[in-house]
Design a protein around this ligand. Structure first.
Ligand code: IZC
Ligand code: ZN
Length: 417
């Protein structure tokens, strides 16, 4: 006897259950079951199949999905959603043509959010990030990565990481925490980035001991941290058993992509300015290219990451919001799927794989997220769309009818079901 049987599913999307990222051609394949049914028991996926005429599966409750599409819960593998304050005043600066890195260099940008986050109590931070997290879930996300990096000192970095730990206890969704201590150089360490980096390295042991993060990450960019510093920091993290991520080649082509491949990082993120050589190396590795077209859009840039070249060359691509208060202010991963279609020229199949299985692999959650497996936590979304190609096509709105986490309806619009 099942707890819940969803039937009359127009299309049930089942990305490959894979422990290695889908690369190149593999990204073009998306397994779809038409006229499907899905059974849930004890919060887990219990049965998946086609609705056979006359067949009657016994369940405590039934839900007629009315031909809509069901996918696994989406995975957002790169966000900075735990922060205080906001930076709407920077929009006018951007309109006046002040570049993102100049705003940072003059003490604004990330450093402005650092000030607000330092001045915020742990409870205030928890309330505000719960709000952002719930909004992400309402858009269909059931697995989220979140980064620290708005503290740049021991106390505030640990405060951000503790908030994420509390959120993991408060919500049934899957979460991954990343320590991004080297996110900017605080004013007290101006001109002394090596000393600041050492401070951040000295926190790694404590973070590991308290299980406050699974990954380490660094902002490798002009005026922030060099490739050599990034290597030093990531290697220190690796030695202690952290997974590695890197903000690489977002604005200038410093070579962070090549470094990620050399170190065997789980992901290299941004890659808008990645070199030809970096892109070639990605295809020979299992490092996932996490692309963030919402950021390119929000920064008003003309050139987007070369997703076509990456995928056609055989690399693995995932997509994320990069939700943060400066360079991409949206929790809406569906909007990112539309940008991937329109600006990265990715196909619908590639896009769905990039926000499910490849995104899960980019944060080490492939065993529990990114597809629907019998026995796994039942995290899925009922979409108000007639087919899976429709979602990227109709942009900027929320198509999530109902978001199920551990087999229970959590959020979404709940139209007519
Ligand atoms: O707050 O601006 N790029 N880090 C690297 C960010 C953007 C977040 C921010
Ligand atoms: Zn980021």
């Amino acid at each position: 006897m099942y707890d819940l049987l969803l039937f009359n599913i127009g299309q049930l999307l089942l990305p490959a259950s894979s422990s290695h990222p889908l690369k190149g051609e593999e990204m073009k394949h998306l397994h779809v079951i038409e006229k499907a049914a899905l059974a849930v028991k004890d919060g887990r996926v219990a049965w998946i199949g086609q609705t056979v005429k006359g067949e009657r599966l016994e369940a405590l409750s039934y839900l007629d999905v009315q031909g809509k599409v069901i996918s696994p819960g989406l995975v957002d593998p790169h966000t900075h959603f735990v922060f205080a304050g906001s930076r709407e005043h920077e929009l006018a600066l951007k309109q006046a043509g002040v570049p993102y890195l100049d705003i940072l260099a003059s003490g604004g940008g990330i450093l402005s959010t650092v000030k607000s986050t330092k001045n915020s109590s742990e409870d205030e931070l928890l309330t505000k990030s719960s709000f952002h997290l719930e909004r992400m879930i309402s858009y269909g996300v059931t697995t989220v990565e979140g980064k620290s990096g708005y503290g740049l000192d021991r106390e505030t970095e640990l405060k951000q990481l503790r908030v994420m730990k509390k959120l993991q206890e408060k919500y049934p969704i899957q979460m991954v925490s990343t320590f991004l201590g080297p996110h900017a150089i605080p004013p007290a360490f101006k001109g002394e980035s090596d000393q600041f980096l050492e401070e951040m390295i000295s926190l790694l042991k404590e973070i590991k001991e308290q299980s406050l993060a699974e990954y380490v990450d660094i902002f490798c960019e002009t005026g922030v941290f060099t490739v050599e510093q990034s290597k030093r920091f990531l290697e220190a993290g690796k030695k202690l058993g952290f997974g590695m991520k890197i903000h690489a080649d977002e604005i200038d082509p410093l070579g962070g992509t090549e470094l990620a491949v050399t170190l065997g990082a789980t992901s290299a993120d941004h890659l808008v300015a990645a070199s030809e050589e970096g892109i070639k190396q990605l295809s020979t590795s299992n490092t996932v290219a996490v692309l963030l077209p919402g950021t390119t859009f929000y920064l008003g840039k003309e050139h987007y990451a070369k997703a076509r070249k990456m995928i056609d060359g055989g690399a693995a691509v995932a997509l994320a919001t990069d939700f943060n208060p400066g360079s991409c202010v949206t929790e809406n991963l569906q909007m990112i799927m539309s940008l991937a279609a329109l600006k990265l020229n990715m196909s619908a199949e590639e896009i769905w794989n990039a926000v499910t299985i490849n995104a899960a692999i980019a944060i080490g959650k492939e065993d529990v997220a990114g597809t629907l497996r019998i026995g796994a936590q039942a995290d899925f979304v009922i979409w108000d769309i007639p087919n899976y190609q429709y979602l990227p096509y109709h942009f900027g709105v929320n198509h999530a009818n109902s978001v199920f986490v551990a087999g229970k309806r959590f959020g979404g619009l709940n139209h007519e079901l």
